[in-house]
Design a binder for this molecule. Structure first.
Ligand code: BTN
Length: 237
C-alpha cells in the first residue's frame, strides 16, 4: 500500500519529493537520517539527525486546492494518535504536535498545483531520540526520549503513523471527517489566549470544517482559516 525509500542524507525530504513526484506513486514515503537543509513553516530551518524521524509522503489526490488546508490536520491527527500511545500529546492548530507544553513534531504541507492539484507533499519532523536541544529551544521543544527516558524504535513509529494517516486520509476522501474529531478532542489551544498577527484572541474550539474558532479582542466570534494567521505566542497570565 505504501513504499518507504530511505536516503543516507538529503537536503530536504519535502524538496526531494516536490522535484521528483512524477517518478513516484502515491503514498511513496521518503525518509532520511540526515536532513541538511530542511524547511519549516515561515522560512524556518528544520535539520535533523539519525535520532529524529524525518519523512515526507506523496499524495496524488483528485481534489480541489481548497481542500489542501485539511491535510496538515489529517497528518496532525495521525501523529498525535500515535505519539499518544507513548505519552499524551496534543495538536497545536494548524500543524504542530505538543507534549507537556513543548513542541515534539512539526508538519509542513506543500501543494504542487497547476490548473488542478498535481501532487501534495506532506512533510513531518518528529523529535524522537534527540536529547540535546540548542539553548533557545530547551524550553520550547522536547523529544519522546526526553519525556519517557527510553529509546524509541523510530522505524516502527514511522510505519504506525503512515498506516494511521492513510486510513484517515482515505476516510477524508470518502467524506468521513474522523480526523476533525481527533483534532477537536486534542486541541492544545482550546481556551488559551494567543496572539494572532499581534492581536490577543481567545481560542474557543476547532470548527467542523477545520478552522480555528476564536473570540477576538472586541468579543466577536470568528473563524480563522489555515494560512491566514501566524500564531505569534501563547499568552501566559
Ligand atoms: C514546522 O514546524 O515549521 C514544520 C517542520 C516540518 C519539517 C519536516 S522534516 C521533513 C520535511 N522536509 C522538510 O524540509 N521539512 C519537513
Amino acid at each position: 500500500m505504501y513504499n518507504i525509500i530511505k536516503f543516507d542524507t538529503l537536503p530536504s525530504t519535502n524538496k526531494y519529493l516536490k522535484e521528483h513526484y512524477n517518478q513516484y506513486d502515491e503514498f511513496t514515503v521518503i525518509t532520511t537520517d540526515n536532513q541538511t537543509n530542511g524547511k519549516g513553516r515561515m522560512a524556518r530551518v528544520w535539520n535533523s539527525t539519525k535520532d529524529d524521524l524525518t519523512f515526507s509522503i506523496l499524495l496524488k489526490p483528485n481534489i480541489d486546492s481548497s481542500y489542501i488546508s485539511q491535510i496538515p490536520l489529517i497528518m496532525g491527527a495521525a501523529v498525535c494518535r500515535m505519539i499518544s500511545k507513548y505519552t499524551k500529546s496534543e495538536i497545536k492548530w494548524p500543524n504542530d504536535i505538543m507534549v507537556n507544553n513543548k513542541k515534539i513534531a512539526g508538519i509542513l504541507v506543500e501543494g504542487i498545483t497547476s490548473t488542478k492539484v498535481d501532487a501534495i507533499v506532506v512533510g513531518v519532523g518528529i523529535n524522537v531520540n534527540s536529547t540535546n536541544f540548542p539553548e533557545d529551544l530547551i524550553i520550547k521543544a522536547t523529544s519522546l526520549k526526553n519525556e519517557l527516558n527510553k529509546t524509541i524504535d523510530k522505524e516502527k513509529l514511522l510505519n504506525k503513523i503512515i498506516k494511521e494517516f492513510i486510513i484517515l486520509y482515505i476516510e477524508f476522501l470518502n467524506g468521513n471527517e474522523k480526523y476533525i474529531d481527533i483534532c477537536i478532542e486534542n486541541n492544545y489551544l482550546k481556551n488559551k489566549k494567543v496572539y494572532v498577527n499581534n492581536e490577543l484572541i481567545e481560542v474557543l474550539d476547532i470548527s467542523l470544517n477545520g478552522n480555528l474558532l476564536i473570540k477576538d479582542s472586541s468579543n466577536n466570534i470568528k473563524e480563522l482559516y489555515y494560512g491566514e494567521v501566524t500564531l505569534n505566542k501563547v499568552y501566559e497570565e
